[in-house]
Design a protein around this ligand. Structure first.
Ligand code: 0A1
Ligand code: ZN
Length: 879
């Protein structure tokens, strides 16, 4: 653990940014690998940055490394020639250009933080973003220092037959004493956060891709030997990603080989190291027997994401870490579009908006709120957030909406051409769009600088005599820790007008031409702005914020009948879902205050049943339309969240729907049982999704017929999607077979870590009164370990973030449990520990009893010696 010395707790500010005093011309690295004592020998050619006249000290970052020797132009430096701290070293006087040779020793075997060089299942791998490179050697560890890397890896041949690094393999061969080497060279200059090295005993699955200009690319996926049969979907996803980026953005892959390595121990999802991506095995390994439909989609999305980084992130990178969203927001946007194109656009949008509302909006309203381009941080690892990633993607999407797809697309290409090989800022991105479109986006830039979720209130009026329809928009944005007064945002509001017959009405803004299509993007810029539509033949029903065209909270109350109408007729599929959610939300929130066992109105139940009976619609979309807003989302609508009450009402509502719809649910369940071989096309995925939705709802009734269907499905399922849903239903039940079946599942799949993760998660998220003790008991299970981030997330993370009623048990037992686990993790893996603490940071949003318990735990944590990561979260939460 990095100790909390005052220096390491300093806040870093964007306004302090300075260009580097020295640039790097080339880097030669030699890694002599050994688990507990790896030697790293680096030879770096530096030259003074041309914009500097005076001689400044050379600053190198380095942490938790043992310095063995330091030579400048061949001369060994004396400790008096440099100054060393726990964070790095500086050399006061250096020539204008020089060669620095640094030799360090590191201990990968005891690296439990999983930053820098570490071991996973006995194999060496690296994670350098954001600041892991400094845990291997002394170097200017900042993204605006870009250089060409040559890397030589040496290791014992029998234990580590595979030796990989970025770029092209130049040479490989044997050494004495059973050792061997590989020499790699990456022709593209890169910042050190994109450096990667892997050494181990790995199986390699190969395929090829021919680019549109006819270049032949070797594609390799490296996995542990036992996983070699699980890579087919990842390979296909990679080929689809390459094809998509050529078709949509004209971007062709630039090296001759693309390597992906899957490791079990990884802090995040995956990492886009140039030519050598390292992945959490969760986002590579998939086969129907062990992975669910949503796992398959996850693999496709993350493979796409890392591949798309090759341009948006690697060829054009970030100037500093405040610009993180430059690469992440844009790349998330690209992976979202990729998944939408390959699967269902509406369902993808609904999923993405759910994430935004359930995670990003709360973050934006809490103590860790920050702009998409933060102005300061203590620990950069805490800023890999839903705000930087997902809100960042929404900012890109809004710019696309404002400029139109075609102009936006040209703008992105222009940005990539103009800044190829450079480290730039989010401002540079927006400027490139401005150059290409001739539009002024200066007001839009506020989205990057101001935190908080804007609210947009709508008021509408129809004048039948003049056939005019007016929409008055008023925007505001709540105060956030960074600032209280906010300037108005530029907000693209996509809207449509529905006629009584259900169709879209033509749209003509006063003084403008009739718009093409049935959706119009209103360009809202003022705090208050009116839009007048002419020639509106009948009083329309407004379909606002189509496709969720801006990450805002809309305040517009529509009569229930209009919502029900839109639920059935809105031509924007996203907005059909939105209308259903709103209708449900109003009724559920209204029911919080009485103990009625039937919270939903007849109107809702009728519309819902009609939707369930729709035999034309896609199954995945239907499932979304039929699913009630989540407990987390409903909680966010309350002034003081009471998770217990929300849980009871939502469950009563589901019970009501199950009772009212029993016959139709059973019918649709039976019709959904596929007799065909398993397939991943959207029709089959949709069919499974609807079938399993029906089963989950029916299982609330726990009648003999349904229980039997569920047991049958568990027993005879031919794929993990079906089996897991059945098991999840059984786990929340009080049926006598419960434990036997859980044991059976574990016995069957104990050799598959990713499936064991699912087994932990479904127990951690079960609806049971004994949940806190259940979860505590699972900590003692032989398969539980604090050393594997996926396992920690599958049990502790799933409980704290995925079981609101259980975690927020009124006596505070869930909070005390979490605090204990955070303290254990704090020592081993600060990044993961800090993420586990986020649920507690929301304490101010809860009703007083829970809120007090949560704050007590934060106070408790503050008393301890904390890593920088945790320190920042805890101290900001208590401000
Ligand atoms: N750049 C990666 C995410 C990532 C970030 C940090 C990591 O370690 C601290 C690892 C991965 C991505 O966006 O895919
Ligand atoms: Zn990314």
């Amino acid at each position: 653990m990095t100790p909390t010395n005052p220096q390491s707790l300093e806040t870093i500010y964007l306004h302090d940014y300075q260009t580097p005093a020295y640039l790097v011309e080339s880097v030669d690295l030699l890694f002599q690998l050994a688990p507990s004592a790896t030697r790293v020998i680096s030879q770096v050619r530096f030259c003074r940055n041309a914009d500097r006249k005076a001689v400044e000290p050379l600053q190198l970052d380095g942490e938790q490394v043992k310095l063995l020797s330091l030579k400048l132009d061949g001369v060994v430096l004396d400790p008096a020639d440099y100054r060393m701290t726990a964070e790095g070293l500086s050399i006061a006087e250096v020539p204008e250009s020089f060669l620095l040779e640094v030799e360090t020793e590191i201990d990968p075997a005891s690296n439990t933080a999983l930053e820098g060089l570490y071991l996973s299942s006995g194999n060496f791998c690296t994670q350098c973003e954001a600041q892991g490179f400094r845990k291997m050697t002394y170097y200017p560890d900042r993204p605006d220092v870009m250089a060409k890397f040559r890397v030589r890896v040496e290791a014992e041949r029998s234990a580590y037959p595979v030796l990989l690094s970025n770029g092209n393999l130049i040479e490989a061969g044997g050494l004495s004493a059973g050792r061997h080497f590989a020499q790699w060279e990456d022709p593209f200059p890169k910042p050190c956060y994109l450096f990667a090295l892997v050494a181990g005993n790995l199986a390699c699955i190969e395929d090829r891709f021919t680019t549109r200009s006819g270049r032949d690319i070797l594609l390799q996926i490296y996995v542990e030997q036992r996983n070699r049969e699980l890579c087919g979907h990842a390979m296909l996803s990679l080929q689809k990603s390459m094809q998509w980026d050529e078709e949509v953005y004209g971007l062709e892959y630039d090296l001759d080989r693309y390597m992906i390595v899957a490791v079990d121990d990884f802090n995040m999802g995956a990492m886009e190291n140039k030519g050598l991506n390292i992945f959490n095995s969760k986002y590579v390994l998939a086969r129907p027997e062990v992975a669910t439909d949503s796992d398959f989609l996850g693999v496709e999305a993350v493979i796409g994401h890392e591949y798309f980084h090759n341009y948006t992130g690697n060829r054009v990178t970030c100037r500093d870490w405040f610009q993180l969203s430059l690469k992440e927001g844009l790349t998330v946007f690209r992976d979202q579009e990729f998944s939408a194109d390959l699967n269902s656009t509406a369902v993808k949008r609904i999923d993405d908006v759910r994430i935004l509302r359930q995670s990003q909006f709360p973050e934006d309203a809490g103590p860790m709120a920050h702009p998409v381009r933060p102005a300061s941080y203590v620990e950069i690892n805490n800023f890999y957030t839903v705000t930087v990633y997902n809100k960042g993607a929404e900012l890109i999407r809004m710019q696309q909406a404002l400029l139109g797809r075609e102009v936006f697309n040209r703008g992105v290409r222009h940005y990539l051409r103009k800044h190829d090989g450079q480290a730039v800022t989010t401002d540079d991105f927006v400027a490139a769009l401005e150059e290409c479109s001739g539009r002024d986006l200066s007001q839009f830039r506020r989205w990057y600088a101001q935190a908080g979720t804007p609210r947009v209130a709508l008021e509408t009026r129809y004048d039948a005599a003049r056939k005019e329809y007016r929409i008055v928009c008023r925007q505001s944005c709540p105060a956030t820790p960074d600032r209280s007064a906010k300037e108005p945002f530029q907000i693209p509001l996509a809207i449509g007008l529905l006629g009584a017959a259900g169709g879209d009405l033509p749209l003509k803004l006063a003084g403008e031409e009739v718009s093409e299509g049935t959706t119009l993007v209103l360009d809202l810029q003022q705090a208050e702005q009116e839009f007048v539509f002419e020639g509106v033949a009948e009083e329309p029903i407004l379909s606002p914020l189509r496709g969720f065209s801006a990450p805002v909270i809309l305040e517009y109350s529509q009569p229930d009948e209009e919502l029900a109408f839109r639920m059935a007729h809105d031509s924007d599929a996203f907005n059909r879902w939105e209308a259903a959610q709103q209708l449900a939300q109003c009724e559920l929130l209204a029911a919080l205050d009485d103990s009625d066992a039937s919270p939903l109105s007849d109107l809702f139940v009728k519309s819902w049943t009609q939707t369930l009976g729709d035999r034309q619609a896609d199954g995945s979309l239907l499932t979304q339309l039929l699913t009630l807003p989540s407990e987390v989302y409903l909680g966010e609508q309350m002034s003081a969240i009471d998770p217990g009450r929300i849980h009871r009402v939502r469950k009563a509502a589901r019970h009501q729907l199950a009772t009212a719809g029993r016959k139709l649910l059973l019918e649709r369940y039976r019709a959904g049982r596929d007799t065909q071989a398993y397939g991943l096309d959207s029709r089959q995925v949709g069919k499974r999704s609807l079938k399993n939705f029906c089963l989950s709802l029916l299982m609330l009734l726990e009648d003999a017929e349904v229980v039997e269907l569920c047991l049958q499905q568990y027993e005879f399922a031919g794929n993990m999607t079906d089996r897991l849903v059945a098991l999840t239903c059984l786990t929340s039940s009080a049926l006598p077979q419960r434990q036997t079946i859980l044991d059976d599942f574990y016995q069957r799949w104990q050799q598959q870590p990713l499936v064991v993760d699912k087994w932990f998660t479904l127990q951690a998220t079960a609806d049971r009164d004994t949940i806190c003790t259940d979860v505590a008991a699972l900590l003692e299970h032989p398969a539980f370990t604090f050393d594997n981030p996926n396992r920690v997330r599958s049990l502790i993370g799933a409980f704290a973030a995925g079981n609101p009623a259980g975690f927020h048990q009124a006596d505070g037992a869930g909070y005390r449990f979490l605090t204990e686990q955070i303290l254990l993790l704090n020592q081993r893996n600060p990044q993961v520990a800090a993420r586990m603490a986020l649920p507690l940071s929301r304490w101010k949003r809860f009703e007083p009893v829970r809120s007090t318990f949560m704050r007590q735990q934060l106070e408790e944590l503050r008393q301890q010696e904390l890593s920088r990561d945790l320190f920042e979260i805890i101290s900001k939460s208590l401000k």
